[in-house]
Design a protein around this ligand. Structure first.
Ligand SMILES: [Cu+2]
Length: 120
């Protein structure tokens, strides 16, 4: 009986099971501010500010220091009117294990002169 309880606890107790992780993450939206550093078709490179509590590919929760990452724009997130050098606020979802792991849900241009805290 004890063994059954332990196995059940292991099965239910952790959110790092890959299937759960993928589903949870796809439903979770992250918001961050940053600066557009490159635009290549539907891919935007964005140098983003510090982000607390992001789930990594192995299921651990970590803070993310400022860095540049590539985001896939979708038809629901048109990059029209966005140019390299713009300060932006983005919303995105994470889909580890796919060809486009970071997908933009929305991108909003911030006022010119917006101060961002980015990596050097
Ligand atoms: Cu990052």
């Amino acid at each position: 009986m004890l063994r059954v309880v332990i196995v059940l606890a292991l099965a239910l107790g952790c959110g790092s099971k890959p299937e759960l992780l993928a589903a949870d993450l796809a439903a979770e939206r992250f918001t961050v501010r940053g600066k557009v550093t490159a635009i290549d078709g539907t891919r935007l490179d964005i140098s983003h500010e510090y982000m607390p509590k992001i789930r990594t590919i192995d299921g651990t929760i970590e803070d993310m220091i400022p860095m540049t990452m590539g985001f896939a724009a979708t038809t629901s997130a048109p990059a029209a009117g966005i140019a390299i050098g713009d300060a932006v606020k983005i919303e995105f979802t994470i889909h580890y294990g796919t060809s486009a792991p970071l997908r933009l849900i929305s991108i909003e241009k911030l006022p010119a002169g917006t101060k961002l805290e980015l990596s050097k």
